[in-house]
Design a protein around this ligand. Structure first.
Ligand SMILES: [Zn+2]
Length: 645
């Protein structure tokens, strides 16, 4: 899960603080000639793509109607198109990532904001230029596709093309698809932007230690929810709720607008099925595209959700034990992200060097190559960890497409949670590194599998710091670190096995309601949240956060819906994968690498069958991982029992 850190201005001694990253190897700056030159190249490539499409277009109709065979010249032009497509996307993505990196370390960098808007327009132009050939390849006869893919430039695109062709029957006409593409930034994306604007300017009022009121931004207030002092957390939580409450009508309009656009689009696409000659007859429902994007079948999702629902008690027990740790009967909503109670000692702070060393040791326990990779990241200064005033909240991993080198971004403040985030992002970076020589389209893996590599890295860190097999140690033998790790594991169990499924159920309930009625009011959205929360959390919470539908960004993102189930998927999948480490010994690392390299070129079912020999569509696959989580929670319950004796 992309975890948020407390990115508050705060000083750490020089040798404690995280490093600055080095991106000048890509471009000296946004204003540099090198940057401008790549942008000119992108424009030239867009023009070349448009010219080629014009030349190819007269052949489309006879070929689609199977009234003609494709000439060698036609296939050659398609290959040239693929080459330009590749170059244009690589360059444009490199420019966008560079600007995004600049914006992430200084959210007020006016030049970066201005150039970002220019690049977004370029992206829409590029997508429009690619549309005619992209649609042709979606519909073209198998014989043409076979010849198209029989070339070093295109053979690596086979899986991506197969995926796209599965949706062929739901593609609109070229002019309609282009129109949708052009309208998106001003319609559905505008709803998402409105949400960001509201959350960016939201001010929360909290009661300070001396009963004086203080007003702070949302990012800072959210950071307080991760602090140790309960009075502060409680005050921040109420402050956040009150701030959002004033925007509930706007937020409901955003959710209704996003879902309305999507449902209308799915309807338009489904209307085609009645007149199409394809075998497909079922209309698109609201889950189909998210599942397609994640390359997971509906059957696998159902198997996972069924197994998780049958095991709801695991997450609930974790929460009850956490509540006991706080001396409560139930968790309050402001406790859900709180750190382990630490009554006896000051929290330990580790310098960045020490934190990185812990991650390197954890990676070394898997394989020396993974430890070497951490060294490569450090040596090349591919990690950003400073504390800066206008730095973006949270942590992420990205990669430059020209050099194919990863970058990790976080605000490192020395807590164990920060070390865990560092491991998480380095897990993503290793995934990118292990696949860097593959064709571009094979390096685009779905989020469910991306989170597998990152959560596996977190598990490796936890394992190397506090082996869970030490369940019978006396209380005084458990260092603060071991308890903290067990606490984080319990928090993860509650998060992935209760919170994420509750979000999934809420979103499903909402789409069903939106499809059957004109508008879902803030009041109704609160009721749907309540229903989903009660189903999953039972009585483990003192109250439901009824405004969760607006406080959680994920429901208001315009480019993707149901941004929830892939988290639980990645969590359980990575736990199952990690369990193989003991079984396979030193055969684990080659298997892990081979699996990572396949994450962008097969469905998740195919991947699991090939590397695990197992069937993802059966609940048994998921139950195995759930048993491991159950053991973690049992261990945690024992620790809490000893602590509260
Ligand atoms: Zn992640």
């Amino acid at each position: 899960m992309s975890t948020n850190t407390e990115a508050r201005p705060h000083s750490l001694p020089g040798d404690f603080a995280g490093p600055a990253w080095e991106n000048t190897s890509e471009y000296p700056s946004i204003a540099s000639n090198e940057f401008a030159r790549d942008l000119v190249l992108v424009d030239q490539l867009i023009q070349q793509l448009a010219d080629l499409a014009t030349k190819l277009r007269p052949s489309f109709e006879p070929l689609l109607a199977k009234q003609a065979n494709a000439s060698d010249e036609f296939i050659e032009k398609l290959h040239a198109h693929a080459e330009f497509d590749e170059q244009a996307r690589t360059l444009l993505s490199n420019l966008i990532i560079f600007v995004d990196c600049e914006r992430s370390i200084d959210g007020q960098n006016a030049e970066a904001i201005r150039v970002h808007a220019i690049l977004m327009k370029r992206r829409a132009r590029l997508n429009s230029a690619l549309m005619p050939v992209r649609l042709f390849l979606t519909h073209a006869p198998d014989e043409v596709i076979a010849r198209y893919l029989h070339h070093p430039r295109t053979e690596g695109n086979e899986f991506a093309l197969r995926q796209a062709r599965q949706l062929a029957a739901t593609r609109l006409s070229e002019s309609e698809e282009t129109l949708l593409e052009q309208m998106r930034p001003h319609a559905i994306d505008a709803w998402g932007n409105l949400y960001s604007q509201i959350s960016g300017t939201l001010r929360c009022t909290l009661e300070g230690a001396d009963k004086r009121l203080e007003t702070i931004g949302l990012a800072e207030a959210s950071g307080i929810l991760r602090e140790g002092c309960e009075a502060r957390r409680r005050s921040a939580w109420y402050g956040i709720q009150a701030a959002w409450k004033t925007h509930e009508d706007s937020c409901a309009a955003i959710l209704n607008g996003l879902a309305g656009w999507r449902l209308e689009e799915y309807q338009r696409r489904s209307d085609l099925l009645s007149v199409s000659t394809s075998e497909r007859s079922t209309p698109l429902d609201f889950l189909e595209l998210p599942l397609h994007q994640e390359r997971i079948s509906r059957k696998s999702l159902t198997a996972m959700m069924t197994a998780v629902e049958d095991s709801r008690e695991i997450g609930r027990r974790a929460l009850r034990a956490m509540a006991r740790g706080y001396g409560k009967n139930q968790m309050d909503p402001w406790d859900l992200m709180a750190p382990a109670p630490n009554k006896t000692q000051m929290p330990v702070h580790r310098s960045f060097k020490e934190g990185l060393k812990l991650v390197r040791e954890a990676f070394a326990a898997i394989d020396s190559n993974m430890a070497d990779f951490v060294g490569t990241m450090e040596k090349n200064r591919w990690i950003e960890g400073r504390i800066l005033p206008n730095k973006q909240h949270g942590a992420f991993c990205t990669q430059f497409q020209k050099s194919r080198t990863p970058r990790v971004f976080q605000t490192y403040m020395g807590s164990l949670a920060d070390v865990r985030i560092l491991a998480h992002e380095l897990g993503h970076a290793y995934h990118a590194w292990a696949t860097r020589d593959l064709p571009r389209l094979q390096r685009l893996y779905p989020m469910s599998l991306a989170e597998t590599a990152s959560i596996l890295a977190e598990t490796a860190l936890a394992d190397s710091l506090a082996p869970s097999t030490h369940a019978d140690l006396a209380p005084d033998e458990h260092t603060g670190v071991q308890f903290e790790i067990a606490w984080q594991n319990a928090e993860a169990a509650a998060g992935f096995l209760l919170n994420i499924p509750a979000r999934f159920d809420f979103e499903k309930l909402f789409y069903e309601r939106r499809a059957s009625s004109q508008y879902v009011t803030p009041q109704e959205l609160g009721e749907l949240t309540e229903t989903a929360w009660r189903k999953w959390y039972g009585n483990t919470l003192s109250e439901t956060e009824r405004q969760y539908w607006m406080t959680k960004l994920h429901f208001s993102m315009s480019r993707t819906s149901f941004y929830n189930f892939p988290y639980t998927f990645g969590y359980l999948f990575s736990i199952g994968l990690y369990a193989r480490r003991r079984e396979l010994g030193n055969k684990f690392f080659p298997m892990y690498n081979a699996l990572l390299r396949d994450t962008g070129r097969m469905t998740v079912e195919e991947l699991t069958l090939r590397h695990f020999g197992e069937d993802l569509t059966r609940p048994e696959f998921w139950q195995k991982s759930l048993r491991i989580v159950n053991a973690q929670v049992e261990h945690f319950e024992r620790l809490i029992g000893q602590m509260t004796k």
